[in-house]
Each structure stands twice: as C-alpha cells, then as structure tokens.
Design a binder for this molecule. Sequence first.
Ligand SMILES: Cc1cc2nc3c(=O)[nH]c(=O)nc-3n(C[C@H](O)[C@H](O)[C@H](O)COP(=O)(O)O)c2cc1C
Length: 189
Amino acid sequence: MYKILVLFAHPALQKSIAHKSLFNEIQNIEGITCHDLYDTYPDSFIDIKHEQTLLLNHDIIVLQFPLYWYSCPAILKEWQDLVLEHGFAYGEYGNKLVGKKIMLAISTGGSANSYSTTGYNEHDISQFLLPFSQMSKLCNLEYLTPFVVHDIHKRHDTTRIAQKTQEYRQLLLRLQQSDDAAMAVMESN
Ligand SMILES: Cc1cc2nc3c(=O)[nH]c(=O)nc-3n(C[C@H](O)[C@H](O)[C@H](O)COP(=O)(O)O)c2cc1C
C-alpha cells in the first residue's frame, strides 16, 4: 500500500468552503498523513529537515490548496523554495524523490468554462499549473492529473461540494492501492 503525504496550504481555513470539507474528510485514514503547513508553521519558519524526512517516508505527495492568483498560497511557495533543495530534490546528486508520485488537489473560484480558450481566464487550468508539472519533472516525480474543484464562491452548491469531497476521499483510497484508474482520473468541475 502506498503511503500518502497531503501537504495542505490554506491561510484562512475558518473561511473555507471547499478545503474545510475536503481536508476534514481525509483525516484519520490509515496510511495518509495530513500535514497542515499554516497550522504547523504559523510564523512561516519551515523545518527543512523535518519536511524532507516526511517526503522520504511517503510514496505519493499531494499538494492541496486553493488557487490564489493562479498559483499556490505563499507558504507552499516557501516550502518549495526551502525544502526542494539542490542535492536533495534535483541536481547531480539530487535523487531523493525519484520514483515518487505527486498530485495537486486544488479549488478555484473560476468555473471550469472560465478555464478555457473562450473563457475569461483564456487558458486551460493545466497551463496555469505548469510550474508545478515542471517542478515535478525536474525532481523526477511522476506528475498525476490534478484533482480540481472549480467554481467555489460564496453562493456555492453544498451538494456538489459533498460529492467532490467523497470523490476526493475515494481517489486517495484508490491511489493508496496504486489503482491505475485513479492515476488517470481527469480534472472535473
Ligand atoms: C487572494 C485570493 C486569490 C485568488 N485567486 C484566484 C485565482 O487566481 N483564480 C481563481 O479561480 N480563484 C481565485 N481565488 C478564489 C479561490 O481560489 C477560492 O475562493 C478558493 O479556491 C475556494 O476554496 P475554499 O472554500 O477552501 O477557500 C482567489 C481567492 C483569494 C482569497
């Protein structure tokens, strides 16, 4: 069974609609480590060795966050800058992540349609996530298709969020079992 590390970055969880539900749902599942970065590092001083040890001890890394300005919340960028060191994650001897898999689990305010050539965001969501797929390539991580929940705003649909929450839980459970179908899961609304 694969060991999954969920690196969670949401700076205002108390106001969250999507991630509160998604993150709560995957607590206490055997083999899944839920690691809330803002909760662990309220002052943003990231313990690099601890984070690298966590990476070494897991097979699948999930980066879970709301899309902020077409990127991730600040602490996750800080985590990338500090933890994915040369000689650890990339570079001549930086082979510590080889063979592991990575998946993004994100939410957006914009609808699925807005993330298209005809929508106001003008590009597909995968294009905005290019820095993450390229980071994965450089670190020899296998980049899985992201899990995306679109269209999250104040007037949200609670039934759809409940449905996406169950999809997320099932996806992680299938990933644990290295289910090929789970690896191929497509981004959805
Ligand atoms: C600072 C900030 C920046 C945001 N940037 C984007 C963005 O670039 N694209 C987008 O679709 N939504 C954007 N949003 C909306 C969030 O992605 C949306 O509120 C979030 O995914 C909902 O998840 P939550 O209910 O867990 O907070 C932004 C929201 C905030 C507060």
